[in-house]
Design a protein around this ligand. Structure first.
Ligand SMILES: [Zn+2]
Length: 168
């Protein structure tokens, strides 16, 4: 049964509404891609951004198109679409960046390191032999040798092709 007496709920709801305005996953709304906001892909269920503060070159953020923060609020078809897009993103990064492995993960809540706790998102981080270990990956922002715009241009055609194949 639902608890109707929940005063904490109001501030939660209000916080959600104000933060949606400057939520990075809402930027480029209505567009399938947008270089300015590093938006690589959007359909009705999933959004893919290139992380502006990457831990490694090609670090992607994948989120449901809907502004939801809790993994338990995801609809089954959103979860399925997210997992599918994670796989497709790994394939695209593998093709262009030739990494030796990947870290794929989810930070739930600010205390766990979520930079945007109000909008759930997965990290897809390509890894190479001899790069820093994952703890330092999580702890600090690295200097990325390649310009982020170049990576965007490199990956965008594959994400556009992917979108065409999925919306047929
Ligand atoms: Zn959002």
């Amino acid at each position: 049964m639902k608890n109707l007496w929940a005063p904490w709920r109001m501030s939660y709801i209000q916080r959600g509404e104000t933060s949606k305005k400057d939520c990075i996953f809402e930027s480029g709304r209505g567009k399938n891609y947008d270089k300015k906001s590093l938006l690589l892909y959007r359909d009705e269920k999933v959004v893919v951004l290139l992380n502006r503060f990457p831990y490694a070159n090609g670090h992607l953020l994948l989120a449901p198109s809907r502004h939801v923060g809790d993994i338990n609020d995801l609809l089954a078809e959103e979860s399925a679409a997210l997992l599918d897009l994670i796989g497709q993103s790994v394939a695209i990064l593998r093709k262009h960046k030739k990494p030796d492995g990947f870290n794929v993960g989810l930070n739930l809540g600010k205390v766990a390191g979520a930079g945007h706790p109000d909008h759930l998102h997965f990290h897809v981080v390509p890894r190479w032999e001899g790069d820093h270990n994952f703890m330092t990956v999580l702890a600090e922002v690295r200097t990325i040798p390649e310009h982020i715009e170049n990576t965007y241009d490199l990956l965008l055609p594959d994400f556009q092709e992917l979108r065409l194949s999925r919306t047929k």
